[in-house]
Design a protein around this ligand. Structure first.
Ligand code: F6P
Length: 361
């Protein structure tokens, strides 16, 4: 007979390492003789028709290395708590009531919500309305405050680096400019880390607006010094000085679906330098596949820590990683605003020292 019953769900975009968190939480809960219920399809699972399954060690054994989430997820639906860039919408009170009834009806004494900025905003609102939630920070974008890193980021960066390794060889063979557009929404972390590790010559990020002319000037200069190929990494949220984000559509939350800046940059470079130029959009490949060792470890630690926080009754907290240690912070601190790259960030200055151009001078 279990001594306590808790719930867990994954919400928002999927991300490598989600299954490691689920497995970590299930194993830690089982050790305490708690029962753990996995709600499916994100927060939708706690609304009618309620969808869940009981998780145990045997049903979560062998999932740590798998990408995606065994519970399913969604960034659409009735719990959407975001509205335009930077704005947050309040949840419908009837939705909160329904969630409460589901959880009370099932005897859930604590709910672990694994998600990014939007999903943790929901978790915090549920907490403020009397539902005992704990947050676990997830996003490949690494744009959450109050944690040094989110799980999934390292795997996305590894994917960027692998892609750049492949693009380098073809760029050199054909003496081309290769432009790689990567994800990250309004933050440049993936482009910055991926670009540095993958040997990019130019990195364009939202936090450092660029000038088109500076790109061709830099590429022409490289050419005169004998560098016949150039690798450009462009964050999907990068924008030119006096310009704006490039997007093709809006999502359900009314937020722009970013994408297309890589193609614009490639076209400009081809026209202005006469260099053979190609662009590639890495897209959802960055979110798929197996998590790196680091994300498996971080995910497991986060899952275990979330159960510890429930045991301590620290509802409304989010698991956080600081100085190589997993601790906790109030969820409200993490969702106040997204974490952007400071233009004088040490990694930016390191990039500049090794000759990487940000298109800003
Ligand atoms: O937040 C993660 C992320 O992958 C962003 O980097 C990207 O802009 C967005 O989600 C894509 O969302 P969707 O899967 O809805 O296209």
């Amino acid at each position: 007979m279990a001594t306590k019953r808790i719930g867990i769900l994954t919400s928002g975009g999927d991300c490598p390492g989600l299954n490691a968190v689920i497995r970590g939480a299930v194993y830690a809960a089982s050790k305490r003789n708690w029962e753990i219920i996995g709600f499916t399809d994100g927060y939708e699972g706690i609304l009618s028709p309620v969808r869940y399954r009981v998780l145990d060690e045997s049903s979560t054994s062998g999932i740590m290395h798998l990408g995606g989430t065994i519970l399913g997820t969604t960034n659409r639906g009735r719990f959407v708590a975001k509205k335009m860039h930077g704005e947050k919408a309040k949840l419908d009170p009837s939705i909160i009531e329904e969630a409460k009834e589901t959880l009370e009806g099932l005897g859930i004494e604590g709910l672990i919500c694994i998600g990014g900025d939007g999903s943790l905003t929901t978790a915090n609102e549920l907490f403020e309305n009397g539902i005992p939630t704990i947050g676990v920070p997830k996003t490949i974008d690494n744009d959450l405050r109050a944690t040094a890193v989110t799980f999934g980021f390292d795997s996305a960066v590894a994917c960027v680096v692998d892609s750049l390794d492949r693009l380098h060889t073809t760029a050199r063979s054909h003496k081309r400019v290769m432009v790689l557009e990567v994800m990250g929404r309004y933050a440049g972390w993936i482009a910055l880390h991926g670009g540095l590790a993958g040997g990019a010559d130019i990195i364009l990020i939202p936090e450092i607006p660029f000038e088109f002319e500076a790109l061709s000037k830099f590429i022409d200069e490289r050419e005169t010094h004998g560098s016949t190929s150039t690798m450009v990494v462009v964050a999907e949220g990068a924008c030119p000085k006096d310009g704006t984000y490039v997007s093709k559509s809006m999502d359900q939350k009314g937020e722009a679906r970013l994408g297309g800046i890589g193609e614009q940059v490639a076209e400009y470079i081809a026209d202005s330098t006469g260099k053979d130029t190609r662009s590639v959009v890495l897209g959802h490949l960055q979110r798929g596949g197996n998590p790196t060792a680091l994300d498996r470890i971080l995910g497991t630690r986060f899952g275990v820590a979330a159960v510890d926080l429930l045991a301590e009754g620290k509802y409304g907290s989010m698991v956080s990683y600081q100085n190589y240690l997993v601790g906790d912070v109030p969820m409200a601190d993490a969702i106040r605003s997204i974490r952007l790259v400071e233009p004088d960030n040490q990694i930016v200055t390191t990039c500049r020292e090794v000759g990487i151009h940000f298109g800003d001078e």
